[in-house]
Write a new protein. Structure first.
Length: 341
């Protein structure tokens, strides 16, 4: 059954993004139904208020966001220049959105080969990048509580932040433990294999242990030097993402008197683990933010907030996919130029 689905996705690459988008939007719509009835004419009117200058500022915000996002890979793979790290991240994102795995891995490996980088070292850096991002993703709610610390904090927000902090601590703890020696690295590999074996048969625990030990040997120096800068850069990326949404809210007319900066950024950070869901939490995270923001500004501002969320998504998802397509085209052009037929 799984093979049949994978084969279908390979034949029709548009199916995956369509299904993911439909599910996310449907879930988001169901949540929005509990918030209130949206006047879509007012939503359209709010979006029409954006000027070319507003869109330019949002585009600059996206460029800053993607720059922060590219820092970890360039730190975990020292042979990879920052510019190529940006290209690799953008390209893998667009391919991973429209094609089934491991399409993004295939693209990254191809890029590493053309740039003269050992693909094993490159993919080890990608793995470190992913783990660092997971840690930051779950650290975000803790920072969100600090942002809104002067306000009344809901009990559910405390619980969400506590659970997220424990997950983040576990991820960072695993990274630090790997650096301590081969014995701990092997134990982590065996433990992970035993967990996965419950869901998938045929997992070799010793093979996983050996792989983690080898991985540690290749990444130990780079991990020590790159972990802290990577965590800082990724947190800056998340904060920049929230500021893009802030810019969209102000552009459609939601003033600070209706929705202060601390409420915007704080709620965004607390809801950030929802980006685990397909297409960066499209629909689900938007609905959660809509509920938080209307609770502060009032339901009269609901259409404007929906408009701002739509603008934010167009900028961060649509803009990122556009940049990814450009990055892949530029990489292919440079490859043809350096290896003429």
């Amino acid at each position: 059954m799984g093979t049949t689905i994978a084969a279908a996705l390979e034949r029709r690459p548009w199916v995956k993004p369509l299904v993911l988008s439909s599910v996310s939007v449907a879930v988001g719509w169901l949540i929005v139904r509990f918030v209130g009835s949206i006047d879509w004419a007012q939503v359209g009117a709010a979006i029409s208020r954006l000027t070319a200058y507003n869109w330019l500022l949002l585009a600059v915000g996206l460029a800053v966001r993607q720059s922060f996002n590219a820092v970890p890979l360039s730190r975990f793979v020292p042979e990879l220049p920052f510019r190529r790290s940006v290209v690799s991240d953008l390209g893998a994102n667009v391919v991973g959105t429209f094609a089934p795995p491991p399409s993004d891995v295939v693209l990254r490996v191809s890029m590493f080969n053309t740039w003269g980088i050992n693909p094993v070292d490159g993919m080890a850096g990608v793995t470190m990048n992913t783990l660092a991002f997971y840690a930051v993703r779950f650290l975000a709610p803790v920072l969100g509580l600090l942002v809104i610390s002067g306000q009344e904090i809901d009990r559910r927000q405390w619980i969400a932040a506590l659970i997220s902090a424990l997950v983040a601590a576990a991820v960072i703890g695993a990274l630090l433990a790997v650096m301590r020696g081969d014995r701990i690295a092997a134990w982590i590999g065996r433990t992970a294999a035993r967990i996965v074996r419950r869901f998938r048969k045929g997992v070799d625990a010793e093979a996983w242990a050996t792989a983690v030990v080898h991985f540690r040997g290749r990444m130990n120096v780079n991990l020590r030097a790159g972990l802290v800068p990577s965590l800082v850069a990724l947190m800056a990326m998340v904060i920049t993402d929230s500021l893009i949404l802030l810019g969209a809210l102000r552009a459609v007319g939601v003033a600070s008197s209706q929705l202060p900066v601390t409420d915007i950024v704080g709620a965004f950070l607390i809801a950030y683990p929802l980006t685990l869901m397909p297409l960066f939490g499209l629909g689900v995270m938007d609905a959660a933010l809509l509920a938080s923001y209307t609770a502060v500004a009032g339901t009269a501002w609901e259409p404007d907030i929906v408009a701002a969320l739509a603008v934010w998504r167009v900028t961060t998802i649509g803009g990122q996919l556009l940049l990814g397509a450009i990055a892949i085209a530029a990489w292919r052009r440079s490859t043809r130029a350096s290896h003429p037929a």
